[in-house]
Design a protein around this ligand. Structure first.
Ligand code: GLA
Length: 385
């Protein structure tokens, strides 16, 4: 077993303690899966394009044992325990809320030909909830690798990402792409992962901020995702319609200079075409050995999401603008949009100034205070104990 992430170990201990307290026994093992940020490549995943996430050192830890019945306990919310005999049987097994992510994975594993029997689970997670950092994918992926290990199923990690995505799409009912689950399962420490969402082929690219005296700030703007579900689905529908009008299977296949009559569809198309190009350009710059050079691409990506894809919001724009004015090399919203988080690439010496400027800008506009932390490219999902 590779060395577990040090922070994942702490969380695993808390998950195991909760397991002992609730179920009165030792768990058979503890597995952890991280949240993520996406460096660049937004809403490209369901267009079979390119993404570039890295895992954050926030994890969902699952302490798990085989059992007679399905029992899910979590240390957050009201610390409740959900019991259900129906788990895994269908998408309508009656389990909802956070436990639905776990039940959805059990169902998706069964569907994929990896049968699973009941387990007891205690979950402890510090992936911020509602911050656009993939707290739900972390839950799904932790339970997925736990169930696979306990049932002796060897599942390729890319296939596992598709299975977790299916849980999210068909069971939870969110029409998301494969970005979040792939990031949680496939990212590696110290690297940013370039992935082609057509075939999930990927390359782990060194992401050494410290050697260039750089820092990546993650700015959780502390804004709930307003109308996020409906808006996400409508962007997806726009892309499908644009692809249909162009006669291509996915917008990934659209010619570089493709244009559409309809202004809205044309802007959606332009975002996907230019965003895929920006991911490839980012990849080239990183492989050339410098991180500082990607700043302008990050900022251009934000403008494209704000103006063409229309998924930003006042809070995210405020954070990005303030960071840039205070000297950030580049900044952009990350994730699905309509709230959540932004990232800012800064010289380490300027990090405090940028943080202060982002917080002051929010206060001046009467917005909630953002929560800011320094990102580190952490390890993907792994067994901890
Ligand atoms: C959410 C979805 C992902 C992806 C991003 C946008 O995080 O879950 O599949 O589409 O939004 O890039």
């Amino acid at each position: 077993m590779p060395t577990p992430d040090i922070h994942a170990v702490e969380l695993a201990e808390t998950a195991a303690a909760a397991f002992r307290q609730v179920f009165g026994a030792e768990p058979e093992g503890v597995w952890a899966a991280p949240g993520r940020v996406n460096l660049i490549g937004e809403h490209t995943d369901y267009n079979e394009g390119f993404v570039m996430p890295f895992a954050l050192p926030f994890y969902a830890a699952a302490a798990v044992s085989k059992s007679e019945t399905w029992e899910f306990h979590s240390t957050y919310g009201n610390g409740d325990t959900v019991r259900a005999d129906t788990v895994g049987s269908s998408v309508d097994d009656g389990v909802s809320g956070w436990a639905g992510y776990l039940a959805g994975v059990a169902w998706a594993l069964n569907e994929a030909g990896y049968p699973v029997s009941p387990v007891r689970v205690a979950i402890h997670s510090d992936v911020p909830h509602g911050a656009g950092l993939s707290s739900s994918a972390a839950l799904e992926c932790a339970i997925l690798i736990a169930l696979a290990d306990l049932h002796g199923h060897e599942i390729d990690r890319a296939e596992a990402a598709r299975i977790a995505q299916k849980a999210e799409n068909a069971y939870v009912g969110a029409p998301t792409g494969v970005l979040d689950q792939s990031a949680s399962l496939l990212c590696t420490e110290g690297k940013v992962m370039f992935m082609d969402c057509r075939d999930l082929s990927r390359e782990q690219v060194p992401f050494d901020l410290a050697s260039e005296n750089l820092t990546m700030l993650v700015i959780d703007v502390n804004a709930p995702h307003r109308h996020a579900d409906g808006e996400y689905a409508s962007r997806r529908a726009d892309c499908e319609e644009a692809a249909r009008q162009l006669g291509v299977p996915f917008l990934r296949d659209a010619p570089k200079h493709a244009r559409l009559e309809d202004d809205r569809l044309n802007r959606r198309l332009r975002h996907i075409i230019t965003e895929n190009e920006r991911v490839l350009d980012t990849m080239k710059i990183l492989k050339g050995g410098t991180v500082a050079g990607i700043g302008e691409l990050l900022t251009a990506s934000h403008a494209s999401m704000r103006d063409d894809y229309e998924i930003s919001c006042t809070e995210l724009d405020s954070a990005v603008d303030a960071a840039l004015e205070a000297g950030a090399l580049g900044a952009r919203m990350t994730g699905g949009g309509f709230g959540g988080s932004a990232i800012a690439l800064v010289e380490t010496a300027a990090a405090a100034k940028v943080e202060a400027a982002v917080i002051e800008a929010a206060a001046a506009k009467g917005l909630r205070t953002p929560r800011i932390f320094v990102a580190r490219a952490a390890a993907g999902a792994h067994r901890v104990a």
